[in-house]
Design a binder for this molecule. Structure first.
Ligand code: 2AM
Length: 169
């Protein structure tokens, strides 16, 4: 199954507004699917084993702040519009723990904490929207768990299923 490890996020009116203001640009992420990926695992055949391994992670609860927007690969020539997530060091530490428990699966790119809002059909200049929401705090949220998810790709968008949830300390 196709899978990834992520922190799930509640629906958020401000983010819904940003998405709806930009929905003509490309494929948007549905509010209920909003998540912060810690590691994309891709196709795995041993989900139970991976789920058990992730169970060994010990990590303290923390407060997540979503503030400001960014674009990959660059603001002016972007394909993906995302929200920035803080504190980067805590998120990086948790992502590194997930990575070290799933060593057999290489990271396809270095971890950059972000929450994707939309994927544009073509490269475009996102400077306007990024500037507009540059100082906006979208969410301040206590994080008390993360999850291993299955992702099923369908013509109407991905369907995420929680395989296992891991409580933080
Ligand atoms: P993204 O939001 O930056 O696209 C499920 O697909 C999650 O895994 C998404 O959040 C996606 O991040 C992330 N992901 C990371 N690498 C991926 C890859 N190579 N293919 C698909 N999704 C990937």
């Amino acid at each position: 199954m196709r899978s990834f490890v992520a922190i799930s996020l509640p629906q958020n009116d401000l983010l819904t507004r940003v998405i709806s203001e930009n929905k003509n640009i490309g494929k948007t992420v549905e509010g209920r699917n909003m998540h912060l990926t810690l590691k994309f695992l891709g196709e795995i055949s041993d989900a139970d084993k991976i789920a058990d391994t992730l169970d060994e992670i010990r990590f303290e609860k923390f407060t997540l702040t979503l503030k400001g927007l960014g674009a990959f690969p660059s603001q002016q020539n972007g394909r993906v519009l995302f929200v920035m997530a803080f504190p980067e060091d805590k998120l990086g530490e948790l992502a590194a723990k997930v990575d070290s428990r799933t060593r057999g699966i290489p990271l396809d790119h270095p971890f950059t904490p972000h929450i994707t809002l939309l994927r544009a059909k073509e490269r475009r200049d996102f400077s306007g929207v990024i500037e507009k929401y540059g100082q906006t705090v979208f969410m301040v949220q206590d994080v008390s768990s993360f999850c291993l998810y299955e992702s099923k790709l369908t013509p109407t968008g991905p369907i995420y299923r929680e395989i296992r949830r891991y409580q933080l300390m």
